[in-house]
Design a protein around this ligand. Structure first.
Ligand code: PMV
Length: 348
């Protein structure tokens, strides 16, 4: 058998309607539906090389060899692709992020979407986009959405994500205020199980999330900023309130996060198209219209406690990269324009 080698790139996505909670059916299926925006400036690139001489998978992330549970999550996905193809050979995996890893910036979403595409191609599995989304979902549910450009969905208990609208559907942006780029204290999987087991608000969150998701989806379909803003903020507050009322609490928000929630709310009351959302970390992502990116970037850059600001526009779905040059310099195989050089995001 020939050595298989492939590269892929995927963008992170941020949920507007959040997912937090696993279905009782297992297999990493989600208990609630979610709707996300794929972000062009937060990217993972992954190269998978299948090698006959290897006696185990070798995984490196951002130049560091990975072991333990983080490695296992990668080898589990490779193992599923191996059983689909009947090719038992191990692989070496190299992955690069152009943004902080495991800091609530959805690095697992871009990471597992890129890994699914690269592994599929290296092992010659020839999975469809829906099957790739399913493979990514089994490793990290949010990764199911990064297979798709622009706005994407993952219905509750669905095996795979779905495209809702491509990246050119609506001229919007997600401006990320990085409050801390250090690794999150509690991972999302452990946090979700603990929240389900101990928060009295968890059943209410699961019940109400469907309504908020439906409102958000209608708002996106109609390109109605106010509807999206209100539903998006409600989703994030319900999710964080549920986490915070776990015992002991899963508390990701910091003082600077809450100050920005007030600031964004005041600005929207004054007529600015801005809305906030936060994930498994203190960073605030501000959703806005493309026409308002400069003013949003300016106020976030001056806000107390903000380390840096990353402007993200709607991004493309995961795809393979050409095998020319280094991993950091490779171009997309589908010849779609690369919005930014890999190492840089749009900054002031
Ligand atoms: O897919 P995971 O395990 O990385 O969990 C993602 C959870 C949130 O980012 C908080 C919400 C979401 O829907 O992306």
């Amino acid at each position: 058998m020939s050595e298989g080698r492939a590269r892929a790139e995927a963008c992170a996505n941020i949920a507007l309607a959040k997912y937090w909670g696993k279905s009782e059916r297992g297999d990493n299926l989600t208990a609630v539906p979610s709707l996300s925006l794929t972000l062009n400036a937060l990217r993972t690139r992954t190269e998978v090389t299948v090698e006959s001489t290897l006696t185990d998978d070798v995984v490196s992330m951002n130049g560091q060899v990975v072991t333990g549970a983080s490695k296992e999550r990668v080898t589990e996905l490779l193992g599923r692709i191996r059983s689909l193809t009947g090719d038992a050979r191990y692989a070496s995996v190299q992955s690069l992020n152009n943004f902080p890893t495991a800091a609530g910036l959805a690095s697992s979403a871009s990471g597992f979407a890129a890994l699914a595409v690269a592994a599929d191609s290296a092992y010659g599995a020839q999975l469809t986009r829906a099957q790739l989304s399913s493979q990514a979902r089994k490793s990290s549910a949010s990764a199911a959405r990064s297979l798709f450009s622009g706005f994407a969905l993952l219905e509750a208990e669905a095996d795979e994500g779905e495209a809702l609208h491509a990246e050119d559907f609506w001229d919007v942006a997600m401006v990320v205020a990085v409050i801390s780029s250090s690794k999150k204290s509690i991972g999302s999987t452990g946090g979700m199980v603990h929240t389900r087991d101990t928060s009295p608000y968890y059943p209410a969150w699961v019940a109400r999330s469907k309504e908020v998701y439906a409102r958000l989806k209608e708002g996106v379909n109609a390109r109605d900023f106010t509807e999206v803003a209100e539903a998006m903020e409600h989703s994030t507050r319900m999710m964080h309130a549920t986490m915070m009322t776990a015992e002991p609490p899963v508390l990701y928000l910091r003082g600077a996060t809450v100050d920005l929630m007030h600031e964004v709310a005041a600005r929207r009351r004054a007529g600015e198209p801005v809305a906030y959302t936060m994930d498994a970390g203190p960073n605030v992502k501000v959703f806005t219209l493309g026409s308002h990116v400069d003013s949003v970037r300016a106020f976030l850059s001056d806000a107390p406690g903000v380390e840096s600001v990353i402007v993200c526009r709607p991004g493309p779905g995961a795809s393979t990269l050409l095998l020319e040059g280094s991993l950091a310099d490779a171009q997309r195989s589908d010849k779609r324009p690369v919005h930014f050089p890999f190492q840089t995001a749009e900054r002031p």
